[in-house]
Design a protein around this ligand. Sequence first.
Ligand code: GAP
Length: 489
Amino acid sequence: MANDQNKFQAIISHAKEYGFVFPSSEIYDGLQAVYDYGQWGSELKKNIKDYWWDSMTRMYENIVGIDAAIFMHPTTWKASGHVDNFNDPMIDNKDSKKRYRVDHLIEGFAEEQREKGNEQLATSVLEQMDALLAKDDFAGLKKLIDDNRIKCAVSGTSDWTDIRQFNLMFSTEFGSTISSDDEDNKVYLRPETAQGIFVNFLNVQKTGRMKIPFGIAQIGKAFRNEIVARQFIFRMREFEQMEMQFFIQPGTQKKWYEYWKEERMKWHLSLGFGKEQYRFHDHIKLAHYADAACDIEFNFPIGFKELEGIHSRTDFDLKNHQEYSKKKQQYFDNDIDPATGKPYGNYIPYVVETSIGLDRMFLAVLSHCYEEQDLSTAEKQDSRTMLKFPPRLAPMKLAVLPLVKKDGLPEIARKIMDDCKSSFRCFYEEKDTIGKRYRRMDAIGTPFCVTADHQTKEDNTVTIRYRDTMLQERIHLDKVREIVMKAIQ
Ligand code: GAP
C-alpha cells in the first residue's frame, strides 16, 4: 500500500464490497455520516459487543448491565449539563457557507503541513489550538485561523465568520403533549448512553442489592449532530457506545481512575494487536463533568485517534439529578471511614466512567486486521486480501466446502454443517473452484475452511485450511467442531 490514506480508502471499499458497511440509504446517494452494517459487518459488530459485554458483566462480579431507553425526560439533559455545555465551537466560510468545527479545521491544516514536511508549523499550530481551546478563547482561535490563512476546502478562500458555539444534540417532539416550539420541553435523542445509567442508579442499587464500589454497564445508540462528519465510521451522527459507570466512595476517584485505565488497556491488549498500537492521551480541556480524563488512542490508518474515554466524573451527574428531580440520589454506606473511625453514612457516590465507541472499535479491528499479501511466484502473479480477525471476533468461524458438487461430497459437508452450526456461525458453499472459495473466505476473515473430498468417503478425514498461514492438514471429521471451539473460546 502506497500510504495510509490509500490503505484507508482500500478498507472502506473492501468493507462495502464484502458486506461489512454500506452508506445509509445509498440508493438515494446516502446520508452523510450515517452507515448501515451489512451481513458480515453486523456479525462482527455483535461479536465485538459480546466480547465487551461478557468481559464487563461476567469477569467483574460487581458490574451488572442494563438497557435503558434512548428517549429520556427532557430535564435529564438540563441536569447533565448537555443543554448548556454540549457545544462545539464552529466557524463558517463566508463564500462556500460551509460550517466547520474549529478544532477539525485547524487539525486538517496541521495535517496538510505535516504532509508537506512542515512538522514544526504543524506542531506549533496544534499546541496553540489546545491552549486556546482550554481557555475558550474564540478570538484567539479566529486569529490563529486568520494568521495561518487557513482555507475552506470547498471555496478555497480564507474569509471566515466569527466563531460561535453550536449544540450537538438532535431534538424531536413527543405526540401532541409537547410542542417543538417550547425549548424547555424538547425531547432529545441521547448524545451519550451514560445518563440512562445515572437515572437508574438507585433502581439497580436497590433491586440488585449492590454494594459500593459497583458498576452499571450498557450498550446502546447515541446521536450527535457532528458538523464535520467524515472519516467513514470514525465520526458518525448515529453511533453506538459501550459505557460503564463505576460508583465509588468520594475521595477514592484517583485510585479507581488509575485502576480503570489499566483494566481497559488490558482488555484492548487481550485482542493481541500489539501494545504499540495504543497510547494514552490526557485531556487538557476537561468536559463539563470531569475532574480527570484521558483517551485510549488507537493507531488507525488516519493516525493515532481516540478509541475510548476514561473519565473521573465526580458526583456531578448524580448531584445534579438529585437537584433537578428533587429525589435523593444517596447511598448509605456502613463501611468505616478510616479518617473518622465512623461509618461513612449517606453520600452521593462519585463515578469513574469507561466509554468506548462500538463503531470505532469496529474500525480499529477492521483496519488492523486488513492485509494485502503478494503471493506471486516466478511462474505467476498472485495476491490475496484477508481480514486477519481474532477467531472469536470473526463473523464466520468455519466454511464447509465440498470439493465438487457430486459424488456424495455435498451430503458429507452438510453433515459437518449440521454438527457445527448450533455451536458457531458456519458457511456452506459449493460454487466455483476450491481456490476461489478459499480466497472469498479470506476476504471476510473466516479463520477455518474444511473441505470434504473423495478421501473423506474412504477414511472420514477432511482437509482443514488455516486462513493466516494457508497451511492445510488432514483431520478426522469428528475433530472439526472441537478445533474451532477451542480457537473461539
Ligand atoms: N459518556 C461519555 C462520552 O460520551 P465521549 O468521549 O464524548 O464521552 C465516548 O465519547 C466514545 O464514544 C469516544 O471515545 C468514541 O469512541 C465514541 N464516539 C463519540 N462520538 C462519536 C461519533 N460521532 N461517532 C462515533 N463514535 C463516537
